[in-house]
Design a protein around this ligand. Structure first.
Ligand SMILES: Nc1ncnc2c1ncn2[C@@H]1O[C@H](COP(=O)(O)OP(=O)(O)O)[C@@H](O)[C@H]1O
Ligand SMILES: N[C@@H](CC(=O)OP(=O)(O)O)C(=O)O
Length: 254
């Protein structure tokens, strides 16, 4: 079967009921016979709330401390998700960005991934477990926690998918894929069934926030297929691949 990386954004894990729902979805993919590694974002607006709290105690928080604080959001969701999976009868093991081998440069708040060495995630998969990785974070050469910039979990997911040699990186969100415009603002927007990296990069560059720009650049560089879909439905979503690649060749599209 396939090796699938699934990323669940904050909108998909906004509360504990949502975390249970996402756990069911992950287990469904695993029980179809796939190996599954998951990247998870902080619950709902947690990252914004953490930043607000930082500013309440220090109007100019040191970047190192702000990153230390922000990485806590994803640690909450990753461990709750591992527990929800456990309670539904499967084995899961959660990892911080550092534990999952995300080595970055030292730019707090806007760190760039230098290397991904996910040995512990690979071991978990070999044990038949589901690996859960905190998105949006890594560790610098000083051993300090770093964050990748807002929306950085998409990039974490593609980078993990590339490092694991996954067959597809599925990005789960709260809309049914990539649309011609933001479907929450433009009700007549149409879902795009499949789209090239270049076309989605143009959309991201012109302000569409459905996928982070760096995540698409990373996917294009390593030819990693991305499947954008809703965690609230089983509708087909949007496949993002290079020109000439058959979108139907991507696993787990039903
Ligand atoms: N072209 C587009 N297609 C789909 N969604 C879009 C588009 N442009 C903007 N969006 C918005 O992106 C949102 C999903 O991104 P985001 O809120 O960051 O989700 P997540 O928490 O899953 O990362 C959707 O709710 C939608 O309003
Ligand atoms: N939690 C981080 C990282 C992230 O990517 O979140 P989301 O996947 O919910 O956009 C942020 O809010 O920026």
């Amino acid at each position: 079967m396939a090796l699938i990386v699934q990323k669940y954004g904050g909108s998909s894990v906004a509360d504990t009921d949502s975390i249970k729902r996402v756990a069911r979805r992950i287990i469904e993919t695993k029980r179809k016979g796939n190996d599954v590694a998951v990247v998870v974002s902080a619950m709902g607006d947690t990252t914004d709330e953490l930043i607000d709290q930082a500013k309440e105690v220090d109007s100019q928080p040191p970047a190192r401390e702000l990153d230390m604080l922000m990485t806590a959001g994803e640690r909450i969701s990753m461990s709750l998700l591992a527990m929800a999976i456990h309670s539904q009868g499967e084995h899961a093991h959660s990892f911080t960005g550092s534990q999952a081998g995300f080595v970055t440069d030292a730019r707090y708040g806007a760190a760039h991934i230098r290397a991904v060495k996910p040995d512990r995630v690979i071991n978990a998969l070999h044990q038949g477990e589901i690996g859960i990785v905190a998105g949006f974070q890594g560790v610098n050469s000083l051993g300090d926690a770093t964050t990748l910039g807002r929306g950085g979990s998409d990039t974490s997911a593609v980078a993990l998918a590339v490092a694991l040699g996954a067959d597809v990186c599925e990005i789960y969100t709260d809309v049914d894929g990539v649309f011609t415009a933001d479907p929450r603002i433009v009700p007549t927007a149409q879902r795009i069934p499949s789209i090239s990296y270049d076309a989605v990069l143009e959309m991201a560059a012109s302000g569409s926030k459905v996928l982070a720009l760096r995540c698409v650049e990373y996917a294009r560089r390593f030819k990693m297929p991305i499947h954008v879909r809703s965690s609230f439905s089983h509708l087909p979503g949007t496949i993002v691949v290079g020109d000439g690649v058959d979108a139907n060749s991507i696993p787990n599209i039903d």
